[in-house]
Structure formats: structure tokens, C-alpha cells
Design a protein around this ligand. Structure first.
Ligand SMILES: *[C@@H]1O[C@H](CO)[C@@H](O)[C@H](O)[C@H]1NC(C)=O
Ligand SMILES: *[C@@H]1O[C@H](CO)[C@@H](O)[C@H](O)[C@H]1NC(C)=O
Ligand SMILES: *[C@@H]1O[C@H](CO)[C@@H](O)[C@H](O)[C@H]1NC(C)=O
Length: 468
């Protein structure tokens, strides 16, 4: 009643107040007694409910019903963190690159890779690995097609707005990886590698929404690893896009992030499976949960012609264990896109070896997990501080880590490490891999309401920019 001392009418009404206080106290006592009874009733209801639930649960089964693992949006959470404005860029920053897809790479045409809104051509020849009715959901998706895929999805996003004045976030649909990829591999000058990035920033910098926050509410998707955009000196690899002054505040989604850059968020590499409905996703999850795995582990990769190449060591260990290891040798041929051998090997194996490649992360990790196979890492940087929005921050729950130095010096056999894991541990890890699938797969259809990797990425961006 402290507040009442500040009420000038308090003293004049003291008498009547006392009277009503007495009444209130009586009511309070009743309420108190009644609430005790009420709490007891609630408590009993909770116990009954608990007993009922636990008796109807299947006993000692680790995996939940797959349909429950599919994340669905709450009906009222649509756009609660705001909306995204998509810049309509001059065609040279995106569409022209697709139109000139034959010139995106010095060796091959990239036209198939960027076709079909980034999904690539429909896959054929997977019939021995994939249940027949699911085969139309498989594509030969290129691992660097994310820019095209994200742009296409963003244009159809429920939280897209065409009004820049109400937008929370601004998406720059510049295909930086395709633009820079043209100049990465042959002897092109620094100016060539940077020209389109600089032009883009000049264009964006002239837009009114940009000037409001100097780009701090803007984001972009980079389809290649961050290292392709981080040239700090003239003689080095890549473009200097990320180090250009205007990029200082721009949020970047990319397939491999710089673990020390808080403005970078890694998103899953696209794989070949693009379910058209929740039902197809659930069917695939059930399929990899129950499929017969005939090998302990698989290694898909090519060795490099350099001294002490770790992949060569893994190939040797795999060759030495023909009863346990299944190998797909990628030396010489382009292993991704267009060969069914990779998914066949992963679906048939309990584990798959994921050494670093040219970068620390690999698309192969996602192919492996898509097959319900448990990834084995040798570099912490392949998975720690990457993909946290999608895979969580405890990679040990779904993967195995082996010290590469102990493999190199011959004191550790990969087969022995993997065989030492208990059946329960393996099952738990596999269940975790399968439960993560809805979050790292990119769907193709609009059927169903499950969120996929793209939805989680955009939700995350909006949540982050909304907080500002
Ligand atoms: C690359 O081009 C520069 C000049 O554009 C030249 O000086 C250099 O020798 C070339 N390097 C190779 C490996 O061709
Ligand atoms: C899995 O393999 C076992 C042993 O090789 C075999 O008996 C079983 O029929 C197979 N199951 C399926 C679903 O293929
Ligand atoms: C092999 O490497 C592991 C890990 O670095 C180390 O603990 C072990 O002592 C090494 N053994 C030999 C024989 O070099």
C-alpha cells in the first residue's frame, strides 16, 4: 500500500477503506484455501496425463516419429521479424551471367549447373539407390549454385515486400561467385577479378535504403567459399570483394564462412535431393533409417599430387580394408554432379570420411548426411563454427572426430576407431543426422509447410536484423 501514500485522497477516505480492506481479507482467505485444493487437482491431472503418455509410448525406441521431426511454422509467426526487400539489379549482376553460362568457367559450360533455378538438370540413373517414386525429386545440383537458388526462392518468399520503406532486410541478388568464378583459375588481373564487385557496390551505394544504415540491414548470398572473396594482397587468390569498404556492414550467407567473421553465416551446400512435399522428405528419412548398410565406412575423394596428401593416406587405408571400406576414387574424373556412385556408396555405409578438400568444408559432408551416413572429420574447422543455424553447435552428437596426426603416423586405424563405438552410440548419432535433414535439405515444391534450409537461413537473417 506504499503507493497509497502518494494518493492525496487516501487520508480522507481512511474509514471506508478499512471496511473494504476487511472484506478483501476474507475473500483472500477463501481464495487461499480454494487455491490449495485447486493445485492438488491440477497436480493429479498432470500425473494422470504423464502415466497415460508414457504407457502409450513405444518402449525404448530412440527415434521419434519422423513426422514430428519436421519443423513447421506456428501459424502466427509468419513474418513476425519483418520483411525482405529484394533489389531489382541491372541484369549484368545476375541474369546476364546465366544467359552467358557457357563462359562462366574456362573449361566447361556451366549452363546445366545454373539451370532450373539453381537445381540443375533432373537426375537419372539413381534407381538403385533411391526409391522409385522419389527419383523425380533428385537433380544433379551444382554445389556452387546457391546464389541462383536463393534468389529464385527469395522472390517467392512469403515475407518479401516490394516496399523498401517497410522492409527489415534488403537482399542483394548479385551472383558474386559466378561473376568472380570466371576469373579465378586463369591468369586474370586483379582488376578483372574485382571489377563487377566494385560496380555492384557502386550501384547499391547509390540506393536510398543503403544510405540509411550504410548497408547494415543488407545481406547477400555467396555461392562459393568465403576465401574466394578475401584477397588482401595483389598476388593472392581470389577477389577482394569482402574487403571492399562498402561491404564492412553487409551480412553474408555462404557455403563456408570465415569462423572469425561475425557477419558471415554458413548455410548448407545444396545437395541433389529436393523433395516436392513433406511426405517425400519423410519417406526418404524413413528409407535411410532402415536401409541395409553393408560397409562400415566410405571414402569418396580424389588424391592430390602433393607430398603428404592426407587424402592419399585415406585412400590407402580404405584399400587395405576391403571388407569394411567402400571407395569411390575421384582422381581424374569430376566426381560430383552426374554420377550415381557417390550416393550409392554413402547409402551403403555406416560412416563416411570427410577430410578437408581444397577448402575446409565439403559439399560431400551434406551428401553423406543426406544418405543417413555419419560423417567422420579430421579437421575441427570442417564442422566446428560452421552451419550452427542448421546443425546446432554440438557436432559431436552427429559426427566422429579422429586426430589426423594419429592417422598419419600410423598409430590409429580408422576401422578400429569406428568399430569401437557401441551400437547404441552409432544409432544415436544416425538418429541425430536424420533429424537434422529437414534443416539442411532444399525443397523444390511449395507443397506442405515444412521449413527447409533456405527458410531457416532467411528466418535467421530477419531475426538478427530485426533485433537491431
Ligand atoms: C600473368 O599475367 C601477368 C600480367 O598480366 C604476367 O606478368 C605474368 O607473368 C602472368 N603469369 C603467368 C603464370 O602467366
Ligand atoms: C539386409 O541384409 C540382410 C543380410 O544380408 C538380409 O537378410 C536382409 O534381407 C536385408 N534387408 C533388406 C531390407 O534388404
Ligand atoms: C602419433 O600421433 C599422435 C597424435 O598426435 C600422438 O599422440 C602419438 O604420440 C604419435 N605417435 C607416434 C609413435 O609418433
Amino acid at each position: 500500500m506504499v503507493l497509497d501514500h502518494y494518493n492525496p485522497s487516501f487520508h480522507t477516505h481512511k474509514k471506508s477503506k478499512n471496511l473494504s480492506l476487511k472484506n478483501t481479507n476474507t475473500i483472500r482467505i477463501y481464495l487461499f484455501k480454494f487455491s490449495k485444493v485447486f493445485i492438488v487437482i491440477i497436480f493429479q491431472l498432470v500425473i494422470i496425463q504423464y502415466i497415460y503418455q508414457s504407457s502409450s509410448k513405444p518402449p525404448s525406441s530412440i527415434h521419434q516419429d519422423t513426422t514430428q521431426q519436421i519443423p513447421t511454422p506456428e501459424s502466427d509467426d509468419r513474418c513476425k521479424h519483418g520483411t525482405v526487400y529484394v533489389y531489382d539489379l541491372p541484369a549484368k549482376f545476375n541474369q546476364d551471367l546465366l544467359d552467358n553460362c557457357a563462359d562462366l568457367d574456362p573449361w566447361h559450360s556451366r549452363c546445366k549447373a545454373v539451370s532450373n533455378h539453381g537445381l540443375g538438370p533432373m537426375a537419372a540413373g539413381l534407381s538403385s539407390t533411391v526409391p522409385e517414386n522419389l527419383s523425380p525429386a533428385w537433380y544433379w545440383t551444382d554445389m556452387f549454385a546457391g546464389e541462383v537458388l536463393y534468389h529464385s526462392r527469395m522472390l517467392r518468399h512469403a515475407c518479401r515486400t516490394t516496399d523498401p520503406d517497410t522492409a527489415t532486410a534488403f537482399y542483394i541478388p548479385f551472383y558474386a561467385g559466378l561473376a568472380v568464378g570466371r576469373y579465378l583459375f586463369t591468369n586474370h588481373s586483379v582488376q578483372e577479378r574485382d571489377a563487377s564487385c566494385a560496380e555492384l557496390l557502386k550501384w547499391v551505394g547509390g540506393q536510398a535504403p543503403w544510405r540509411r544504415m550504410r548497408g547494415a540491414d543488407h545481406f547477400i548470398m555467396l555461392g562459393r567459399m568465403t576465401w574466394d572473396f578475401r584477397r588482401s594482397r595483389d598476388g593472392d587468390w581470389g577477389s577482394g570483394f569482402i574487403y571492399m569498404a562498402q561491404m564492412e556492414h553487409v551480412l553474408r550467407l555462404g557455403v563456408e564462412r570465415d569462423p572469425w567473421d561475425p557477419l558471415e553465416i554458413s548455410v548448407p551446400y545444396p545437395t541433389g535431393f529436393h523433395p516436392r512435399s513433406d511426405r517425400e522428405l519423410v519417406q526418404w528419412m524413413e528409407y535411410v533409417r532402415t536401409v541395409n548398410r553393408t560397409s562400415r565406412f566410405a571414402f569418396v575423394g580424389g588424391k592430390r599430387q602433393m607430398k603428404g596428401d592426407f587424402r592419399t593416406i585415406l585412400q590407402e587405408q580404405c584399400r587395405d580394408e576391403p571388407g569394411s571400406c567402400r571407395m569411390v576414387d575421384c582422381s581424374g574424373m569430376r566426381c560430383y554432379d552426374g554420377t550415381s556412385e557417390i550416393m550409392e556408396a554413402f547409402v551403403a555405409s555406416e560412416f563416411c570420411l570427410q577430410p578437408r578438400g581444397d577448402a575446409h568444408t565439403r559439399r560431400s559432408t551434406f551428401d553423406c548426411m543426406l544418405a543417413g551416413s555419419i560423417p567422420v572429420f579430421f579437421w575441427k574447422r570442417s564442422i566446428y563454427n560452421q552451419y550452427e543455424w542448421f546443425l546446432g553447435d554440438e557436432p559431436d552428437r552427429f559426427s566422429v572426430f579422429i586426430d589426423r596426426r594419429a592417422v598419419r603416423n600410423g598409430t590409429t586405424s580408422i576401422r578400429k576407431v569406428l568399430e569401437s563405438l557401441s551400437r547404441d552410440e552409432v544409432r544415436r548419432k544416425r538418429e541425430k543426422v536424420i533429424s537434422l535433414m529437414p534443416k539442411f535439405v532444399y525443397k523444390s515444391g511449395e507443397d506442405g509447410i515444412a521449413k527447409d534450409a533456405f527458410d531457416f537461413a532467411i528466418d535467421g537473417v530477419l531475426r538478427r536484423l530485426h533485433k537491431r
